[in-house]
Ligand binder design. Sequence first.
Ligand code: TYR
Length: 409
Amino acid sequence: MEHILDILKERGFIAQMTFEDELYEQLKSPTTFYVGFDPTADSLHIGHYIPIMAMAHMQRAGHRPIALMGGGTAMIGDPSGKTDMRKMLTVETIDQNVECIKKQMSRFLDFSDNKALIVNNGDWLRHLNFIDFMRDIGSQFSVNRMLTAECYKARMATENGLSFLEFTYMLMQSYDFLELFHRYGCRLEMGGNDQWSNMLGGADLVRKKENEKAFACTFQLLLTHDGRKMGKTEAGALWLDPVKTSPYNFYQYWRNVDDKDVEKCLALLTFLPMDEVHRLGALKDAEINEAKKVLAYEVTKLVHGEDEARNAAAAAEALFGGGASASNVPTLEVTSDEWTQDARISTLLVRSGLCKSQSDARKQIEQNAVSVNDVKITDPAAVLSKDQLGEDGAMLKKGKKGFCRIVVL
Ligand code: TYR
């Protein structure tokens, strides 16, 4: 069987790892590894999806994933790559977020018979005693070395600087690795490449304190061919929660990726065999659209299930390809009271999530980007009138890719 690191490399996951030869040897036997997720929101987003896919590949190859919920670390806040201090979250918010994320996690990995584990570092970090911790763990870290770490760079350069609170984050994360080594024999931490310094801290700590093998391995971040972060939409992040990002919008995001990003996305975000990925990625011009459909369908299926993927594909066909019914198109329901109060098209653009704000909506109208039932709207103050509402409501469009059906109840 192909070595799991070769599989991950071939699919484009791997960014950096420690002791590569040793890690190759280690992963010839079943190995317990972990990835940490800080519950800073009530849903995972597409940035988390790369580590999740990698965890699934690792599990298929016989290794045991631990998904660590950062109920303790989110109390501190990871400064890695951030230019501003994070908002401090309350314990209640953090705990609630952990519950939401746990539920999402269960879709992606097989948790039966302890084949994967979910743990929460709040269970050990929240009860630490400061002096004990500093003597035991703080003594192992060199401030000189920490100050040169990549993860603090963005903050060292800003006026507000880095709080001592956040400076300790690396110690917390490193301690997790040690704890998971003790509890479950965990030997490897994986995560996004922005986590490299935090992860080295942990692997070093286990090696120093236990004199045992411990490894770190990071994944590429999901970037477009010209280096921008993927998964940013006008409405914000691309969430894995269907309420925060509808399966249709999720599908459309992948349906519309740049030609140059299709192959990479197929390799990273789906389980399609690599020869199929290469075949689809090599398609040109109009044919590449077929590859995008496969990409959108496969990713939506993994994240939202087969039914939602089918619905989303059918809705897209209805809009682009003609045929099929409009009933699967994203819909905004407006009560007739609301409609009497404010039927401005700019308001509907905002309420449907097609525009960020009223001023954005007016700007889009002024730039001729908005239509109702395929008739261009030019007046920023235009209202939706009764006669524009057909049997299926009115079709509001923004640009080439934004759609919403407006139904008045
Ligand atoms: N610091 C990681 C992030 O911000 C999350 C994390 C938390 C990872 C605790 C590991 C860990 O032990 O994405």
